[in-house]
Design a binder for this molecule. Structure first.
Ligand SMILES: Nc1ncnc2c1ncn2[C@@H]1O[C@H](COP(=O)(O)OP(=O)(O)OP(=O)(O)O)[C@@H](O)[C@H]1O
Ligand SMILES: [Mg+2]
Length: 383
């Protein structure tokens, strides 16, 4: 479909996010573009539909050199549709009018034809009952589905989607992803920039990891997510499944941390007990145990690493030697009734219940303590 030969894109300010990129895109490919911010993912999509052509190199579309001077970019953009993060709908037009307008204007379809086609597409994205509503009356997820229907109304051969769900409330991500997933399985050629790795994994046959101005590494989802070969891909993939946080005060914003964990969880698409156990353990260990045991100023470093069926929670804390595993085991044995005001026995039992495995190490040189907790589907439930 596309043959991209050694393209570069240099902006006026001198930034050159794309530099010497060559790659082939086949008909029916569903490609997810991933990579750190600023690595030219959006720029690359804009090059492909000539919204912003490359400054050097060539792009061939079905054998035709579209980077040739005077090439009909309007016709090309109809074949290669684009959907943006921010919907770009006309607010003064209803959903159906938004979809009809480009068909009448660019493809010279009759009003009736544009309407029938528009209604069929609205039906496909599950919004036939919203045709007469204005964008302001629709939710973000609905607006994005209208934007997808509008792009599809031009009968494109390729669809480019630039972070179509990242402006959406998490509850609306699935409805939009469902629509994209259906298009992908219908054989549509799709390139999508996304941070939703679980989604990328399920819909794509190829993943492009972008860095250093090029498609730095590419492969199947299994290749890239499970066996990345090159240095930067390895680092990126590792980081995707990692959350690190430093806690410097007892006033620490725990709800903010829970939110970050929730985002990571969405990215992993796993809502299982592992995640409930992880959040509960973080609260019990840090707030209920360490905050009451450590002297001021508290210095806690937390690292959460997500594996396939478990999470590894590493909690480092400064100060004198404090073996939390022994303490937890000891406290879990002591009677709760003995001193009702002492909450440690209860906390210790909960921690033992939620954790699958725990180990403690003292790093004498750095004067640090390190507690490693493996969180699985279910805890040891010894208590
Ligand atoms: N029109 C422009 N003029 C000047 N510089 C630009 C322009 N568009 C993009 N850039 C710069 O080019 C680089 C790549 O931008 P691009 O938006 O393609 O990155 P990205 O990979 O999509 O990042 P993100 O993940 O944050 O969306 C950035 O440094 C950006 O500031
Ligand atoms: Mg971008």
């Amino acid at each position: 479909m596309f043959r991209i030969e050694n393209i570069s894109k240099k902006f006026d300010g001198g930034i050159e996010p794309i530099h010497g990129l060559s790659v082939i895109i086949n008909k029916g490919d569903v490609i997810s573009l991933i990579g750190p911010s600023g690595t030219g993912k959006s720029t690359f999509l804009r090059c492909l539909n000539l919204l912003d052509p490359p400054t050097s190199g060539d792009i061939f579309y079905k054998g035709e050199r579209i980077t040739e001077k005077g090439y009909d970019f309007t016709a090309h953009r109809q074949k290669v549709g684009m959907v943006f993060q921010s919907f770009n709908l006309f607010n003064h037009l209803t959903a159906i009018e938004n979809i009809m307008m480009p068909q009448e204007k660019l493809l010279h379809r009759s009003r009736q034809e544009a309407y029938d086609n528009g209604m069929r597409l609205l039906e496909q994205v599950g919004l036939s009952d919203r045709s007469l509503q204005y964008p302001g009356q629709l939710s973000g997820g609905q607006k994005q589905r209208v934007a997808i229907a509008r792009a599809m109304a031009m009968d494109p051969e390729v669809l480019l989607l630039d972070e179509p769900t990242s402006a959406l409330d998490p509850t609306m991500v699935d409805e939009v992803n469902d629509v994209i997933g259906k298009l992908a399985s219908s054989g549509m050629t799709i390139l999508i920039v996304t941070h939703d790795m679980a989604f990328a994994r399920t819909i794509s046959n190829r993943i492009f990891y972008m860095d250093e101005g090029i498609v730095y590494e590419e492969g199947s989802p299994v290749d890239i997510f499970e066996h990345p070969q090159k240095q930067k891909t390895i680092q990126f993939v590792k980081k995707m499944f990692l959350l690190e946080e430093t806690i410097n005060s007892r006033d620490y914003d725990f709800s903010g941390l829970t939110k970050k964990v929730y985002e990571l969880m969405l990215q992993m698409k796993s809502f299982g007990t592992v995640w409930n156990n992880t959040v509960l353990l973080m609260e019990e260990i840090i707030q209920n145990l360490l905050f009451s045991l450590l002297k001021d100023p508290v210095r806690i470093h937390l690292r959460l690493e997500c594996k396939k069926h478990s999470n590894v929670l590493v909690i480092e804390y400064g100060g004198d030697e404090l073996d939390l595993v022994s303490l937890i085991n000891e406290k879990a044995q002591s009677s709760i009734e003995k001193d009702p005001d002492d909450l440690l026995p209860l906390t210790a039992r909960l921690i033992r219940g939620y954790a699958k495995e725990m180990s403690y190490a003292r790093q004498e040189r750095e004067l640090r303590n390190c507690l490693t907790v493996i969180v699985g589907e279910s805890g040891t439930r010894k208590s």
